[in-house]
Design a protein around this ligand. Structure first.
Ligand code: ASP
Ligand code: MG
Length: 426
């Protein structure tokens, strides 16, 4: 008998039928003799609809009230799910984030979990009940207000519950079968991974993969939670995300699984490139520029600086498209102080990243990437690397083709096309 935490995303509980299907799955786990704690997201697009409503009544909704509103989405799904389980003859009890002891800081809309005190959940489990917890929400002790954890926050709720209850596994259910070597909608030959390390998963998530939220993976890594990402629509096993020193549950005792050098290829269309042209090539200019950009709230990803021949240089960097306008405005406002010549904004870029822990120990990984791109006649505009990742910025129109070529070059193509169940990955 194990303690299993399961998380169901919005697409898994989109309507009454789906809720009943999920209830059955939970009951099956209970029947197998396990204790079950469930974190559930709001039904379908509820959170988006509530956000739209809020924006209709107020241009900038008050953050406290917005959290009150958004947290109601998960209260609906948790109660319905508990009812559905009840009607199947099993005891189930739903809890809001605050009832579940999900203690956060006070930052509305992006609260961080600081403590989990699941006293009531333990009691319910001891009494033999299935526990259902509203995802994405918590409670701050100082303000005594309800908070939300940021979009996609139910993954984090599930992982935090798994850590606090010392669960055997945290199963994250969505409408995709697991974690793939690439987004199957971009690369039909992408294959489901049996397992991936949490550090690779973090790089994939940070560079465009949407199956799991970064914060949840970070939390799992820090607290030693085993994640199993799998599909609500099939009983097939999904992908295990393994933290440091964790063993793949599928791995037979003693058997060594071959680690591929490259785990996956991530694509990201969400970035824009800003070039600050004609920057005086003297110490302190980069500091000035990035201080201005930081103050605008933009989150800088890649940076390149050209060599200067004329005493001036160009500095290019990427930011999320949504942050570009604020960064440009801030920079334009200080043009004379910084002394650059002009600003160029380019939102037609795409980022391709190759991620794999094997890069630490194998040479030639970057050569394979550059050769594949060159054979495809694809021009590279920026390059950046981490210990286990190589990213390049390309024209957005080249990105899909580039990703396919590179996926093939690393030997990641599967024999069959991946199944995509209208997948949003949530
Ligand atoms: N319902 C919230 C959202 O849509 C939280 C979640 O789905 O994880 O962002
Ligand atoms: Mg949702």
């Amino acid at each position: 008998m194990a303690l299993i935490v399961q998380k169901y995303g919005g697409s898994s509980v989109a309507d009454a039928e789906s809720i009943k299907r999920v209830a059955k799955r939970i009951v099956d786990t209970r029947r197998a003799g396990h204790d079950v704690v469930v974190a559930v997201s709001a039904m379908g697009d509820t959170t988006d609809e509530l956000l739209d409503l809020a924006n209709e009544v107020a241009p900038i909704p008050a953050p406290r009230e917005l959290d009150m509103l958004l947290s109601s989405g998960e209260r609906i799904s948790m109660a319905l799910l508990a009812m559905a389980i009840h009607s199947m003859g099993f005891e189930a009890r739903s809890f809001t984030g605050s009832q579940a002891g999900m203690i956060t800081d006070s930052q509305h809309g992006a609260a961080r979990i600081v403590d989990v005190t699941p006293v009531r959940l333990r009691e319910a489990l001891d009494e033999g009940a299935i526990v259902i917890v509203a995802g994405f929400q918590g409670f701050n002790r100082d303000t005594r207000d309800i908070t939300t954890l940021g979009r996609g926050g139910s993954d984090t709720t599930a992982v935090a519950l798994a850590a606090a209850l010392d669960a055997d596994v945290c199963e994250i259910y969505s409408d995709v079968d697991g974690i793939f070597t690439a987004d199957p909608r971009v690369i039909p030959k992408a294959q489901k991974l049996d397992h991936v390390s949490s550090e690779e998963m973090l790089e994939l998530a940070a560079n465009g993969a949407k199956v799991l939220y970064i914060r949840a993976v970070e939390y799992a890594r820090r607290h030693g939670v085993l994640i199993h990402a799998r599909s609500t629509f099939s009983s097939a096993e999904g992908t295990y995300v393994l933290g440091e020193g964790m063993k793949n549950p599928r791995e037979a005792e003693g058997a060594v699984m071959e680690e591929p050098i490259v785990a996956g290829v991530a694509t990201d269309f969400s970035q824009a490139k800003i070039t600050v042209a004609g920057v005086p090539d003297v110490p302190g200019k980069a500091a000035e520029i990035f201080k201005i950009v930081a103050k605008s709230g933009a989150n800088v990803d890649m940076i390149v600086q050209n060599v200067s021949a004329t005493g001036r240089t160009d500095i290019s960097f990427t930011v999320p498209k949504a942050d570009a306008a604020a960064a440009l405005k801030a920079l334009a406002g200080e043009q004379t102080e910084v002394g650059f010549q002009n600003l160029i904004h380019d939102d037609q870029i795409g980022k391709l990243s190759v991620v794999g822990a094997g890069m630490r120990t194998h040479s030639g990984v970057s050569a394979t990437l550059f050769e594949a791109l060159s054979a495809g006649g694809i021009n590279i505009e920026m390059i950046s690397t981490s210990e286990i990742r190589i990213s390049v910025v390309l024209r957005d129109t080249d990105l899909t083709e580039a990703a396919r070529t590179v996926h093939t070059a690393y030997g990641l193509d599967g024999d069959a096309e991946a199944t995509v169940h209208a997948g949003t990955g949530r």
